[in-house]
Design a protein around this ligand. Sequence first.
Ligand SMILES: [Zn+2]
Length: 179
Amino acid sequence: MILVITGPMFSGKSETLITMLKTYITNQDKGFVAFKHKMDTRDVGCIKSRSGKSIECIMVQDSNHITDIVKQINPKPHYVVIDEVHFFDVGLADVVSSLSNNDINVICSGLKTGEGIKPFNTTAQLLAIADEILLLKRECASCGKQTVFTKRTVDSKDEFLVGDMDIYENRCRKCYNKA
Ligand SMILES: [Zn+2]
């Protein structure tokens, strides 16, 4: 099973991921291992929700690193969790496929688009192979309608600008280019 949780920033992706995982673990008492990319410099070593829930995770530099680590875990985990998948190389889709073929459930979370509503390729590929997709939404900061997009409020050419509400806000498609 491959589940992808996606949506804009501030839509509760990490919260949903942690809640789902805790439900699985309590109900079935199965092991899990969680990963995050080294580029994600917020909350190093843990996946944290805005409400303060958190789980420990391993920081990795690329998708192959996940394969190497999971191979060494014995008995194999029942769940592999990968947060902020948009930071990863496109090889992540193959890694996730082979974990799933090996009877490991994979729960991924991340942004599907970046600045200018441009797709993140890694998330796009994961969405294509997912068994289940959870699309979260949040109100547009301008008109209040539910949206799945996030816009930068500062000028930067960096594709992966790490930040929070200080430099990002949610905008619907119609309000995206409004000042
Ligand atoms: Zn709007």
